[in-house]
Unconditional design. Structure first.
Lengths: 345, 345
């Protein structure tokens, strides 16, 4: 195998889930949408089920269908996008619980799967998914009459603990759900860290499971090792890579490594990105290409066979900062070309 | 199916290959590395083989192994990263032709697969892959003595026709390969467009096949349709999405669509991106989330069921410009969650 290796520590994911669970006195679900943030929904969910998670969230019914095959019967699989046109068969077949987002979705569900469990997603101010207060007021009684499993909403600014949007959404959600006799859920990872007022009956951590901010205490989950294809020495004035974007000012030793933006190493991070060769921090030089990256290994005492892009020395958030984005996007971009290795006790 | 749909026009890819082939009087290969730039190497290569392509290029031996299964025996599959440690079995088993990049790779190949065909990749100035002039001078005679299939190099600035690097690399490549009796290859899509001097015996188009610049005459290949999950009306002062990054100044109608950066819709394009709903151009509002995007559909005469992100009205290069990157990265980022549909006569 000469492709880059992505190692995923399933035990670290389970430990992160347990650590987040320990921060609340309510139930803790697990968000495994987008293929568990790119790390492999089947393996991640199986490991979390073993750790005690009984409720999982995905974005689309298709993801739920696939996850049901991995988890078998038992765990509850909830779908954020609700009951969309075309979802009915998947929801029934895989026993999914759609989070109904609108009157239209409620009507669709009642018309096709009247006795099938559902949740309700409320909009508490993010204006992205969920019913508005007025819609909900008109529907609340009918919704409570069916097999309603939970009522949920989502915070827009939970990563900024001091943002006024947080207490505003908390107040809105509280008002919209007062007196209900079903479980209520407002918080993902960021909301868990905002404190007990935000926990209600069920939390839904995602990024915190996978080692990303804002859960600073998370164990590191993903490691990427990229093999070196070849090494060359360049003299001052020589350029490296597309567009001659990097030119050597001093004699330098350049390693060409076997990964690129097709592996989700976002092209935007090029000018600010580093990798590790053992203890040595090595700067990326030149533009990141589709399958190749130039790295300055001049300061390495021995010529490396491979370099570490992500791991103990460089978090997803450090890479995200280099690319001007967030850790979530680093993870979901990782792509299909890695040799994937799962660590699990 | 409620996931977004990615439609790939295989006939358009074949037509682009034929159009690029018609620009030269030499052989035209096809670059299908990185899963054919994200569009599906198996289907793309099978269609191109039907159109007449007999030589394919991939980045890694693993890709070659997989491609051989799709193509069967016959077509030549060349590997840009050459013969890396650990590649030997794959090269033999799948009858791959490694483009040897260094003395070390040449030695590895001779030690393990002495009679197995290979190519030589030369560095004509990009300092990324390939042998340096001095290395090559020492190795040339030995390389010619074995089953050498071709000698190749790669241009660093072919997308900029007036760049001085182009004639410089041409001169270097010419000098390094004069008098050789094997096929020579220097150009990918950009190089083909630089004119006959750059064509030699074999060209290797990649991006031009898939509808991206710099091949302006390319037929459009990929279309992305994203379903609408729900519609809501917002009043001035209401925000949409994470971080309250977008705030309505006038009454607006917002559609939440079922795709996001986990589908390769790069988060960076958010502030400048548009989608189409029928004839209406609709602005992306708020931050692109992992699975969801807000779109301003205020000006739509009818409420859309889905919107077009990529297609006749918006090229990969237009999306790339919004994201501050290149069309190549738009394609390779597309991800695994789309319902993929292939068009083929």
């Amino acid at each position: 195998m000469t492709s880059a290796t992505l190692t995923i520590d399933l035990d670290a994911i389970a430990a992160n889930w347990q650590a987040l669970d320990a921060q609340t006195s309510c139930e803790t679900a697990a968000v495994v949408k987008a293929n568990a943030y790119g790390l492999g929904a089947d393996r991640v969910a199986q490991r979390l089920a073993r750790a005690g998670a009984r409720r999982f969230f995905v974005a689309l019914a298709e993801e739920g269908l696939s996850l049901r095959k991995a988890l078998g019967e038992g765990p509850e699989i909830c779908v954020f996008s609700g009951h969309m046109a075309g979802d009915t068969d998947m929801i029934r077949q895989a026993q999914l619980v759609p989070m109904l987002n609108s009157v239209e979705q409620m009507q669709r569900h009642q018309a096709s799967l009247r006795t099938h469990p559902y949740g309700i997603q409320l909009d508490s101010g993010m204006n992205r998914l969920g019913m508005e207060p007025a819609e909900w007021a008109g529907l609340r009684e009918a919704a409570m009459a069916g097999p309603l499993r939970m009522v949920m909403s989502h915070l827009a600014c939970a990563d900024e603990p001091d943002h006024a949007m947080n207490p505003h959404q908390l107040r809105m959600f509280d008002q919209m759900t007062q007196g209900l006799s079903v479980p209520r859920s407002l918080s993902a990872t960021g909301g868990i860290l905002l404190g007990a007022d935000y926990h209600f009956d069920l939390t839904r951590p995602g990024i915190g499971l996978y080692g990303g901010q804002p859960f600073a205490a998370a164990r590191q989950v993903a490691t990427i090792e990229v093999p070196v294809i070849q090494i060359r020495d360049v003299v001052p004035g020589e350029s490296v890579g597309y567009g001659n974007a990097w030119v050597a000012r001093t004699p330098a030793r350049i390693a060409t490594i076997a990964a690129g933006y097709a592996d989700g190493i976002l092209r935007a991070m090029g000018p600010k990105a580093y990798v590790r060769a053992g203890a040595t921090r090595c700067k990326v030089v030149g533009r990141i290409s589709m399958d190749l990256i130039g790295v300055d290994v001049t300061n390495c005492k021995t010529i490396p066979d491979s370099v570490e892009l992500l791991g103990p020395h460089q978090s997803v958030d450090a890479l995200a900062e280099a690319a001007g984005t967030i850790g979530y996007e680093i993870l979901t971009s990782l792509g299909a070309r890695y040799a994937r290795r799962y660590l699990e006790t």
